[in-house]
Write a protein that binds this ligand. Structure first.
Ligand code: NDP
Length: 350
């Protein structure tokens, strides 16, 4: 059983050397062992998801944010898609496909309470099948994140203006398309010409810009939103948030999904928000949220989004790294904008 461990806690940007691929020792029995607790599930991992929240988990426990820190020497855990090989969880049987929290390894024994995060995949076979990897993206955690943040927190109305940062990524590309479907005018920012082109041509953003080429962010936004922004879907924080605050309309809403520009700052000192006074003057509503709090909405979300995915109304772009050995590089790449679309790792074929 090959596995990827965290070697040591990370300060600043994560590097591949912070992780290590350990090669197999003994053969893995393809059955649960007698000492695995009741309710355990043995899975063969197929796809693993690289997600920005994994970086705060690489910091020492005191610095780690809302998610508990990884333990150096232990296998990295995260979302993935897997096939059940053996199960003492009555919900699951050998052969079932599942998505949820698993390990960065070929095979994992998922134990309670983590098994509560395993959901059975029921839309893989037949004519209407969707790619299994989508359960790391549009049909998984990033999809529900985009839905909750945009529809539940921001409560969009047709005709409103929407801005999305990190717009070509796992979450952002969906927020843009949900906004378009809601009849909003949506603009996105991303870090390369290729990504900007994708936003406009593939995801239907009405406009998009490369934030690295327009360092006066407040002016870049003012040009695209002459009457201001009603809804900001925040993925990056830092200078972008300050520029957005200057461009919000009265009674605007900001869903604070993530602040990726801050995750690698040394010393754990995050940038101050300089234009916070705009929240008062413009009577803004700023709300943070965590996807796991909204799991109960998944069935509603899945029923809503599946027809759009099947008929192509919603497109989903993935960046697939091949093989477990490529996982550390793929994760590190998120923090340099190397991924184009949802970053995942294919460990094995179905
Ligand atoms: P992405 O697929 O968008 O990948 C990360 C992207 O962030 C990179 O490709 C890069 O794109 C951009 N980025 C990296 N560093 C910076 C920086 N310093 N400044 C600006 N942009 C940067 O990731 P996700 O869609 O999975 O996640 C997006 C955000 O949503 C993250 O902040 C994440 O933490 C958050 N999140 C929150 C959840 C919640 O429950 N609240 C759940 C899931 C995600 P580019 O080339 O455009 O710079």
């Amino acid at each position: 059983n090959r596995r990827v461990i965290l070697k040591e806690y990370v300060e600043g940007y994560p590097r591949e050397e912070h992780m290590e691929l350990l090669l197999p020792g003994a053969e893995v029995p393809l059955r649960l062992a007698g000492d695995d607790p009741p309710g355990s599930v043995l899975v063969r991992n197929l796809c693993l998801s690289c997600d920005p929240y994994m970086r705060p988990k690489m910091s020492p426990p005191l610095r780690a944010s809302y998610a508990a820190a990884f333990v150096p020497g232990s296998v990295i855990t995260g979302y993935g898609v897997a096939r059940v090989l053996d199960s003492s969880d009555p919900r699951l049987s050998p052969g079932d496909l599942v998505w949820g929290i698993t390990g960065w390894e070929d095979y994992s024994v998922v134990k309670p309470p983590a098994t509560a995060f395993l959901s059975k995949i029921s839309h893989h076979a037949g004519e209407d099948a969707v790619p299994l990897s989508y359960y790391t993206g549009v049909l998984g955690m990033p999809g529900l994140t985009a839905y909750v943040g945009f529809h539940e927190i921001c409560a969009p109305k047709a005709g409103e203006t929407v801005f999305v940062s990190a717009a070509s990524g796992a979450v952002g590309q969906l927020v843009g398309q949900f906004a378009r479907l809601a009849g909003c005018r949506v603009v996105g920012s991303a870090g390369s010409a290729e990504k900007v082109e994708l936003l406009k041509s593939k995801f239907g953003f009405h406009d998009a810009f490369n934030y690295k080429e327009e360092p006066d962010l407040a002016a870049a936004l003012a040009r695209r939103f002459p009457d201001g922004i009603d809804i900001y879907f925040e993925n990056v924080g830092g200078a972008m948030l300050d520029a957005v605050l200057l461009n919000m309309r009265a009674h605007g809403r900001i869903a604070v999904c993530g602040l990726i520009s801050q995750y690698n700052l040394k010393g754990g000192e995050w940038d101050a928000v300089r234009n916070l006074s705009a929240v008062i003057g413009k009577r803004l509503r700023v709300e943070g949220f965590l996807e796991p709090d909204h799991k109960h909405l998944y069935p509603k979300y899945e029923a809503w989004v599946l027809p759009y995915v099947r008929d192509g109304t919603i497109a989903y772009v993935e960046d697939v790294a091949e093989g477990l050995e490529s996982a550390p590089k793929a994760l590190v790449g998120l923090f340099h904008g190397r991924n184009v679309g949802k970053q995942l790792v294919r460990v094995a074929n179905d």
